[in-house]
Design a protein around this ligand. Structure first.
Ligand code: UD1
Length: 404
């Protein structure tokens, strides 16, 4: 089969790496880079580090408002797909690139496979949530990272072509993990920090960066923290700090965005991770570093097990308290797969529809009120187990079942 993989942002380059490698064993792949991320630190570095094939098409779309950015991508991707006539299109995650790729393909009746399907934050104010829901509903093959993601898709009537394959980011993490301790020996002294004696943070969500008060509250918490804070800073956040003339104290070390090996090494060595990213919450969990998530909800509720991750929004006192909370005691078995998600995806794509078939099941649930609406937290995990709420309460039969 002949597939077009469409990527454009940093996390998508990471997800593409194992999928592309596996895909090329059985299929032909053409890569489109939309150019949503264009800075070297966010794009080129990852292609080099992960030894990704050079994209066949670089669309150089760049930054713009959501409508303009997504619209430009749609037009440019359509042109490539008409020329390439692939058997299918593969999109990743939840960015504007994901939605534009899925939409362009489905309008041309080219079937779409969605990698990292079924995730939901149930917060429609996040552009990513809109992108996820819409992409899932126009995809023919939904590759879910977890059982919970599969159940969330099923509640929206998405039951056909759905497979739980595990998390492709876990595939990548497992490949790099053996190198982390050795790398830490040079990286940590170079940044003048010691193992377990620093916090690492990333902040880039509009809810935290585009409101100067929110950004100030977050930085205030870091200033009051007893440990130094390493802050590899997204270009959007750097611009906002400059625009609002926000002062950063000396204990906050602003760094350029990091490559993946550096980032994972610093996550593994940190006392705490503080972030509003989705992927980093999961990487912290998998590397056994307690996480503070500066959001009100997460699309990775599994990370909340045993207090390994807590949701605190952007309130200064809540962030500080969560940074200083005791270490979690529970074990951390996890539901993110066996590190072979990409192989499963590539194999599964050997049987591929000849035209775009909707993933919606022909059953009553597909017309139910659950489509895209918030699900009660008690529904989030299997067997009536409860999960976690935004105010930091733990939860737990998931925890109990995992710990034993
Ligand atoms: C995007 C994704 C987000 C993902 C994140 C990973 C959407 C809606 N958001 O967010 O889900 O978690 O990537 O990093 O698709 N900018 C630069 N250089 C770049 C890229 C961006 O300076 O290479 C600046 C621009 O000012 C731009 C802003 O960052 O306006 C935001 O970029 P954008 O691509 O819209 O979203 P991200 O915040 O990166």
């Amino acid at each position: 089969m002949r597939f077009v993989s469409i990527v454009g942002t940093r996390p998508q380059f990471i997800k593409l790496a194992p999928v592309s490698q596996a895909l090329r064993q059985w299929h032909t792949e053409v890569i489109i880079h939309t150019g949503q991320h264009y800075d070297d630190h966010l794009s080129h570095t990852f292609f080099q580090e992960l030894a990704l094939p050079t994209p066949d098409y670089s669309l150089n779309i760049g930054s713009a408002s959501h409508g303009v950015q997504t619209g430009r991508m749609l037009a440019a991707i359509e042109e490539v797909l008409i020329k390439e006539q692939p058997d299918g299109v593969i999109v990743f995650g939840d960015t504007n690139t994901t939605l534009a790729g899925a939409l362009a393909a489905s309008k041309l009746h080219i079937p779409v496979a969605h990698v990292e399907s079924g995730l939901r934050s149930y917060n429609r104010a996040m552009p990513e949530e809109i992108n996820r829901v819409l992409t899932d509903h126009i995809s023919s093959r939904l590759f879910c990272p977890t059982e919970n993601a599969r159940m969330q898709a099923a509640r929206e009537g998405l039951t056909q072509g759905v497979e739980v394959v595990g998390d492709v980011m876990y595939d990548v993490l497992l490949q790099l993990q053996p190198r982390l301790s050795e790398h830490a020996r040079t990286l940590l002294p170079g940044l003048r920090v010691e193992q377990d004696q620093y916090i690492i943070t990333t902040v880039h969500r509009p809810v935290n960066t585009d409101d100067p008060d929110a950004l100030r509250r977050i930085l205030q918490a870091f200033e009051r923290c007893e440990l130094p804070v390493l802050f590899p800073i997204h270009p959007r956040t750097r611009k906002m700090i400059q625009q609002y003339s926000i002062h950063c104290s000396d204990s906050i070390h602003l760094l350029d965005p990091l490559g993946l090996l550096d980032m994972l090494t610093l996550v593994q060595g940190a006392r705490r991770v503080a972030t509003d990213s989705g992927g980093l919450q999961k990487e912290a969990f998998l590397l056994a570093t307690p996480c503070v998530t500066m959001r009100e909800e997460t699309e990775w509720p599994e990370t909340l097990i045993g207090d390994w991750n807590v949701l605190v929004g952007n309130n200064s006192a809540a962030i500080l308290q969560a940074l200083h909370r005791p270490d979690p005691l529970s074990l951390r078995e996890h539901p993110f797969g066996d590190g072979k998600a990409a192989q499963k995806i590539a194999l599964s794509l050997c049987s591929w529809p000849s035209s775009a078939e909707p993933a919606l099941a022909n059953n009553p649930i597909s017309n139910s009120i659950h489509v895209g609406l918030p699900v009660h937290p008690a529904d989030l995990s299997a067997n009536g187990q409860t999960t976690h709420s935004a105010n930091g309460q733990t939860i737990n039969s998931l925890n109990r079942s995992m710990n034993g």
